[in-house]
Design a protein around this ligand. Structure first.
Ligand code: NAP
Length: 336
């Protein structure tokens, strides 16, 4: 049977998920959409054969022909959609961030714990990327020994001028590196420092590039370079240095071209190109779990912990001092 999905928020990524649910993935369909901009919701509904347009999230969540809810509105609106969906017992895919404040994340966690089962998957899609999965499998196999350092590099060709702020380098961009650092090192962040290099004169007046050092509770370190105006493309790099060896993400382009005494390969233009297969895989996994009435993958706990690290990193960036990350006790629902 096909999972009937209601989509809340039909902007850029909401429409992309509607496309993949409609044209790429099996056993799912979009049956309802809503957006604060009714015209945008109507044009999104036209992308798929059976979607009704709703004026608000509440009636969409309550609708009989909606089995599960995909939330792709802007971050501050996530909580107001998640809580009623949890109340209705409907599985949820929520684009990152889970919510924009730690208090909101904790309200969501309390509500999910009260249901007694996992219902939320958060959209940290790098965990579904083939290269990251291979890196994680290598670390978990013990082949390179205990991990000591993870170096993450996040480079964007450019960011929207006038819309992208210095804080977004942490709260919008580095959050993905925070996610994979916790996941690959299987640990929580205890403390974070953020420093900025001399600004890239080709970008706007931004704190760019930045360099973060995260101390994990177990003593390993994760470093992150975020450069958002690097011009040459979207380049995501990662290397684990461990007690007996090292492992790194390979180049993402499948071929090298050699000509005129040079070799070259493609660098993805942006995150859509780099992670398109990961987005397909994350929604495919969500559809399977949601069809069974549950959720797997990045959890509400991950969403909360990442927001806590992001808040600390912003404090560190703005004060120049190291900032501690304090988390509440992890509920049993989310494992150890
Ligand atoms: P976007 O293009 O601005 O789309 C968001 C849409 O949601 C807009 O149409 C917005 O309408 C609408 N909206 C806002 N509040 C709403 C509400 N209460 N109910 C229904 N619709 C509402 O933004 P986007 O780039 O698609 O991003 C959406 C979310 O996905 C963000 O949380 C973002 O961080 C996340 N995202 C994740 C990734 C990833 O790599 N995982 C990539 C991109 C985006 P208005 O424009 O009229 O406010």
């Amino acid at each position: 049977m096909s999972l009937r999905i209601g989509v809340i928020g039909t902007g850029m990524i909401g429409q992309d998920h509607i496309r993949r649910i409609t044209h790429v993935l099996p056993n799912c369909e979009v049956t309802a959409v809503t957006d604060v901009d009714r015209a945008r919701a109507e044009s999104a509904a036209a992308m798929t054969p059976n979607a009704a347009v709703y004026d608000a999230a509440a009636p969409l969540i309550a609708a009989d022909n909606v089995d599960a809810v995909l939330i792709a509105s802007w971050g501050p609106a996530h909580e107001e959609a998640i809580l009623p969906a949890l109340d209705a017992g409907k599985p949820i895919f929520c684009e990152k961030p889970l919510a924009t404040t730690q208090d909101a994340c904790l309200r969501i966690i309390d509500a999910e714990v009260a249901t007694g089962r996992r219902l939320i998957q958060v959209g940290f899609m790098r965990r579904y990327d083939a290269a990251y999965k291979a890196l994680k499998a290598t670390v978990d196999s013990g082949e390179i020994g205990a991990p000591l350092l993870f170096h993450s590099v996040h480079r964007n060709a450019s960011v929207p001028k006038g819309l992208y702020t210095s804080d977004m380098a942490v709260s919008d961009t580095m959050v993905h590196d925070i996610d994979v650092s916790r996941w690959l090192l299987d640990d929580e962040v205890a403390r974070v420092r953020v420093t900025a290099a001399k600004p890239n004169s080709l970008g706007e007046d931004l704190r760019d590039p930045i360099f973060a050092v995260m101390e994990m509770r177990g003593g390993a370190l994760a470093t992150v370079e975020v450069s958002v105006n690097i011009g040459y493309g979207y380049d995501i790099r990662g290397e684990i240095s461990a007690e007996k060896g090292a492992a790194s993400l390979g180049e993402s382009n499948p071929i090298l071209v050699k000509t005129s005494e040079k070799f070259s390969g493609r660098v993805p233009a942006d995150w859509r190109e780099r992670f398109i297969a990961a987005y397909d895989a994350e929604i495919a996994e969500w559809v399977i779990a949601a069809s069974k009435g549950g959720a797997t993958g990045p959890s509400a706990w991950d969403g909360y912990a990442i927001t806590a690290v992001s808040d600390a990193a912003l404090k560190a960036a703005n004060t120049g001092e190291a900032a501690d990350v304090t988390l509440v006790d992890r509920p049993a629902l989310y494992g150890n």
